[in-house]
Write a protein that binds this ligand. Structure first.
Ligand code: ZN
Length: 440
C-alpha cells in the first residue's frame, strides 16, 4: 500500500465533528484515518501541513465546463485543473453545453473526459428537459445510468410549472435532486443587471428581484406537493432567502446555495460598465447581500458554490449589453469566502468547510466524499490561511480570465489538493517523497 502522511495540520472534518491538530493518513486511494492509531511506519509521501488547515476535498456543486461546444472558454480538462488550483477536488458540471447534456452518452462523455484529464473529480448534472428547451422531460433514468448526480436546466430556468412538477416527481423516484436556476424568464428579458436605482441611473435593462422570488415561491410549493427534492441555485435576493427559511420551517425538502460574488459585491459595481460584474442572477443591493449572509449564518443556505462561468476574453470584452453573463469562480472561491465571511466574523472555518464538504456531498449523494471517515475517498484540500497573495487572472489555470477580483489582495489559498490519493496540485515546498530530506 502506498501511504501519505499529512503531518501536523489543523484537521477540520465537520462530518465527524473533528477540529484538531493531528496527522492524517491516506493509503492508496482511501482515507486510513486521523491520528497515531493509523500510523503506517514510514510513509511513502510526507506532507508538512503545520500551520495549515487540512480539509476533506472541497466540492463545488455548480460549475460550467463548456465542453462540448465552447472549448474556447473552457474544457473539462482545463476546468478540472482550475478546480484543483482553487482547492476544489470535486465538481458537478452544468448541462448547458452544445449539445446539451441530456442523454446517457453525453453524461458518459463527461465522465470519460474527466478520467482522461486526471485532475478534479467531475460529476455530470443532467438536463431536466430535452435540449434544455423546457418542453419535454429528458430521460432522467438514463442520465443517472450515465453518471448524472442531479438535474437542472441551469443557464435557464424550468419555466413550465407542470414540467417542474413532473421533474420533482420523477427525480424523487430516482432519489436525485432538482437544481433550479430560479427566474421567471418573462420578467428578465433584456436585463443586464439588477433592476433598481442603479439600473435606472445607468440606463441599463433591469432584472427584478421579483423574477427570482416568484420562481422560488412556486418551486417550494411544487416541492411541497410532490415531496421532491428542490435545490435553489445561486440564491441572490432577500425575499428568496426568507422563502427558503419559511419552507424549511414547514418541513419542505429545499436547500440553497450562495455564490461568493453574491455575498461580496453589489450592483453599484456596474457603474464601471465592466462586464466582469455582469452575472446571472445579477449582483443585487446591499440589503440583499446582508440577507444572503444572514441566511448563511442561520443555516437557511447550507452550501457555497461558485457558478464558475468562464468566457473567452473576446466574448466578455464586448459592450455590457452584448457580453455574456458570468465569472471564473473556482480559483477565487477560498480567498473571497475568507474575505466575505470569515474575516468579518460571519462564519468560522468549520462552518465554511461544512458548506463545501458535508453539505454538497449529501446534496449529490456522494457517500464517500466530503469526509475523512476511514475508507472514504482520499481527496484532501490543504489550505494556507495566512500568506497574503494577489489575485492575478493571468495565472488562472482556467482557459478564461473573466473575474471581478483581479488585483485583490487576499488571504486563503489551496496549497495542496489531493485526489484519489494523488497529489495533483501543489504550490510546492511541503510535499516530500520517501528518501527526500524533509524540512526540519
Ligand atoms: Zn444559473
Amino acid at each position: 500500500m502506498r501511504t501519505i502522511q499529512i503531518k501536523g495540520g489543523r484537521i477540520i472534518d465537520p462530518s465527524q465533528g473533528v477540529d484538531e491538530v493531528a496527522d492524517l493518513w491516506l493509503g492508496d486511494d482511501r482515507v486510513l484515518g486521523i491520528g497515531e492509531a493509523y500510523a503506517q511506519g514510514t510513509a511513502d509521501v510526507v506532507i508538512d501541513a503545520r500551520g495549515m488547515i487540512v480539509s476533506p476535498g472541497l466540492i463545488d456543486v455548480h460549475v460550467h465546463l463548456r465542453e462540448p461546444g465552447n472549448e474556447e472558454d473552457e474544457t473539462i480538462a482545463t476546468g478540472a485543473a482550475s478546480a484543483l488550483a482553487g482547492g476544489v477536488t470535486t465538481v458537478a458540471c452544468m448541462p448547458n453545453t452544445i449539445p446539451a447534456l441530456d442523454t446517457q452518452g453525453a453524461a458518459e462523455f463527461v465522465v470519460l473526459q474527466a478520467q482522461r484529464a486526471r485532475k478534479a473529480n467531475v460529476y455530470p448534472v443532467g438536463a431536466v428537459s430535452k435540449g434544455r428547451k423546457g418542453d419535454e422531460l429528458a430521460e432522467l433514468g438514463q442520465l443517472v445510468a450515465g453518471g448524472a448526480v442531479a438535474f437542472t436546466d441551469d443557464g435557464a430556468p424550468v419555466a413550465s410549472a407542470s414540467l417542474m412538477r413532473r421533474a420533482l416527481l420523477y427525480s424523487k423516484m430516482l432519489d436525485r435532486v432538482i437544481m433550479q436556476h430560479c427566474q421567471v424568464p418573462e420578467l428578465t428579458v433584456g436585463g443586464v443587471m439588477n433592476e433598481g436605482a442603479e439600473s435606472t441611473r445607468l440606463g441599463l435593462g433591469g432584472m427584478p428581484a421579483a423574477a427570482e422570488d416568484i420562481m422560488v415561491a412556486r418551486d417550494i410549493r411544487l416541492a411541497e406537493i410532490t415531496g421532491g427534492r428542490l435545490h435553489i441555485q445561486h440564491i441572490s435576493t432577500a425575499r428568496s432567502v426568507e422563502l427558503v427559511r419559511e419552507g424549511k420551517k414547514r418541513g419542505i425538502d429545499v436547500t440553497a446555495e450562495a455564490c461568493p460574488h453574491h455575498f461580496t459585491l453589489t450592483d453599484e459595481r456596474l457603474r464601471t460598465f465592466d462586464s466582469n460584474f455582469k452575472m446571472n442572477p445579477p449582483l443585487r443591493t446591499a440589503d440583499d447581500v446582508a440577507a444572503v449572509i444572514e441566511g448563511l449564518k442561520d443555516g437557511t443556505i447550507e452550501l457555497l458554490a461558485t457558478d464558475h462561468a468562464p468566457h473567452a476574453p473576446e466574448k466578455k470584452m464586448r459592450e455590457l449589453d452584448q457580453a455574456p453573463f458570468g465569472i471564473v469562480g473556482l480559483e477565487t472561491l477560498i480567498p473571497i469566502t475568507v474575505h466575505g465571511l470569515i474575516e468579518p466574523g460571519h462564519l468560522t472555518w468549520v462552518d465554511v468547510i461544512r458548506m463545501l464538504t458535508v453539505a454538497p456531498a449529501k446534496l449529490l449523494g456522494l457517500v464517500d466524499k466530503g469526509t475523512f471517515r476511514p475508507g472514504a475517498d482520499a481527496d484532501v484540500t490543504i489550505i494556507d490561511t495566512e500568506t497574503p497573495w494577489t489575485i492575478d487572472p493571468e495565472k488562472f489555470l482556467s482557459r478564461s480570465r473573466n473575474t471581478p477580483y483581479g488585483g485583490w489582495k487576499v488571504k486563503g489559498r489551496a496549497h495542496v489538493a489531493i485526489v484519489a490519493g494523488e497529489v495533483r496540485h501543489s504550490l510546492g515546498g511541503i510535499v516530500h517523497e520517501a528518501g527526500e530530506a524533509a524540512t526540519p
